[in-house]
Design a protein around this ligand. Sequence first.
Ligand code: ADP
Ligand code: MG
Length: 509
Amino acid sequence: MGKVGVGLAVGCAAAACLIAAAVVGRRVSKRRTWRRAVVVLEELDQGCAAEVGRLRQVVDAMAVEMHAGLASEGGSKLKMLLTFVDSFLNGSEKGTYYALDLGSTNFRVLRVQLGGNSSAILEHEVERKPIPQHLMTSTSEDLFDFIASSLNEFVEKEGDPELSSVKRRELGFTFSFPVKQTSVSSGILIKWTKGFSIENLVGKDVSECLEQAMSKRGLDMRVAALVNDTVGTLALGHYHDEDTVAAVIIGTGTNACYLERADAIIKSQGLLTTSGGMVINMEWGNFWSTHLPRTSYDVDLDADSPNPNDQSFEKMISGMYLGDIVRRVILRMSQESDVFGPVSSRLSEPFILRTPLMVAMHEDDSPDLREVARILNDVLEIPDVPLKVRKLVVNVCDVVTRRAARLAAAGIVGILKKIGRDGSGGITSARIKTGSQSKIRRTVVAIEGGLYTSYSMFREYLNEAMAEILGEEVSPHVILKVTEDGSGIGAALVAASNSSPSVDSVQLL
Ligand code: ADP
Ligand code: MG
């Protein structure tokens, strides 16, 4: 081989080496970037860890905070609000009652007919309406005028002459925001949550505002009960099953209420109720404990929210936020690796990935995760995501949902602990004596809200965590019962029990 030949051969070899090096280099960097995305998931997983030991710490913290909130006003982040609901119906009542359920982007008007036949609700009719977005941040007058006119339309549509002839109607008003109750039928708005912000209603009597709007429309209706959605759910739960001791809502927001002994409500000493008990609205969305597994995504979500340092528990659990936590994790993955290609500007838009979309990705059971690809493409404008990256996204949804469900379970057991139904005081406190034998008391928790009722993975994770925390012996005796439409129908029930003094009501405890 001449000099030229040798030169050419060397040149070719060098070129081949360079190409090979480039290919290998690209593979290595691809592997590195994939690894970085996986690390984001692994860190999320560690940050969200909610093993049973930690959940038990959350249970204890919840019970401690409940005590503190009952001991003094402002004693805890849990407001533990008095509801003045101290008894429930016993099923013998008759009559037609109305309810209005306001607490999210939809509101509902209901008519409930009680048949007087133990726990039978003859019929109920519901009409749903979205609240126009602009009314959520408008004035109190605009909002209540809209509600009163919808109520008026509902009443005017009544074909039944017997109903049309009713003069004064009794209404249960479900208003699912923190309210300082002044009686069972009146209360003052403390603050807005869930995206509502109507400043001129804060500090005002909510029932009075509604009654003014109704009378302006010529509607003769009295607010006989002002309740929270959890209280309505408990009322309906109790109507159907007397072992119901608490109610939990996990929907757009999250909250819980339960039956407390009046003498345990230390901040209202001397509180007398006919039943010796009262329903307490916990406002548990605002629960906070250092035992909660909090990640940098939660910290950022909170800082970017209109109510920083508020509703921390809710921000880890409820439907308003889960999708946005997932969006933040995908954004981080996209910034730290190129598994999603160039960073999509959509990923920086808060709340663009709504929880139902996240749920659809999590529940995608197609072999090629088609729905995940579609949502990434259509909503987040991230096209052509390879299958293994789609799997990563499903894992993110899983971690976020699992943590939410397990924390909600810990919260529920916290309530049971406070009232001695979790079996922790030795199994004895959860037992009742029947003759010489004793058995564990049946305990029912009414549960409502889109996240629990429509999201099977969430439900399964929550139920699984309940069983883990309570253990084999107690857990079969604790029943979570879906109480659909409880927030509305229950308000009508509370209205019924407060509309006529002659109505018999049962003792709570
Ligand atoms: P609200 O709490 O607003 O009264 P719901 O109890 O119906 O209403 O809950 C609605 C919330 O549930 C939505 O904000 C959404 O986050 C969540 N959600 C709605 N549809 C689904 C679904 N199919 N699967 C899981 N969660 C859902
Ligand atoms: Mg609701």
